[in-house]
Design a protein around this ligand. Sequence first.
Ligand code: MN
Length: 228
Amino acid sequence: MSDYVISPPPVVSVPVAGGGLFPVRRVFCVGRNYAAHAREMGSDPDRELPFFFCKPADALVINGADMPYPPMSKDLHHEMELVVAIGTGGANIAEADALGHVWGYAAGLDMTRRDLQNAAKKEGKPWDMGKGFDRSAPIGMMIRAADLADPTKGLIELKVNGAVRQTSDLSLLIWSVAETIAYLSKLVTLAPGDLIYTGTPEGVAAVQRGDVLEGVVAGVGTIRTKIV
Ligand code: MN
C-alpha cells in the first residue's frame, strides 16, 4: 500500500511517432523569440535576453484533442511554436553541447488569454493566469531528435479554418534552440522530461469556439485542435 494520502497525479506524456510515450516534467516557454512578433506586441527585440514563463505539465492537450475555450477571457490567442523535449538534463550546458540534450521535437500551441496577459503586463503582475491555465498547451506527436535533420531552419505555419494566420521560418528565431537551452540551463537545472516552447512568430490573433487550428513545423510534424 502506498503512503500517499490522496491519489498521486498521473504522469502526463506525449505520444512519439513510431511508438512510445515521452513523460513530461516541466513546460518552459520562451517569450518574444521572433523579432516580428516582439514588434507586433510592442517590444524592441534587439537587445533583450531570452525570458521564460511556465505552464503546468497537465496543461498539455495531446495530439488532436479538442481544447475548451477557457473561462475568464474574451481574447484567446494562438501562438504556433516549435517544442523541444529534453532527454538529458544538466546545468550550465554549453551551447555547443545543447542539442545533444534534446530527445525530440514537436509542434505545439502556446494558447494565451491575451486580455489577462495584457492586464498583468500593465500592472507588473505575473503572466501565469494569462499563460498557464488549464489545457493551454496543445502539442502534436513527438519525433526523435535524430529524425530532424536541422532544427535551425524550416517552415513554421498555422492555419485557422484553412486560412494561413502565422507563417515564418525557424531560422528567424532570435535565440536558437541551442542558445535557448544553454541560457535556460543557467537559470534552472534542466531535467529529462522538460519541454521548451520556443516562441511564436508574428500573426498571433484571436480564435473562437468552433475554430479548427492546424499547425505544421517542417520536418517535425503537425498539431491540430478544435476550440470547443
Ligand atoms: Mn509563446
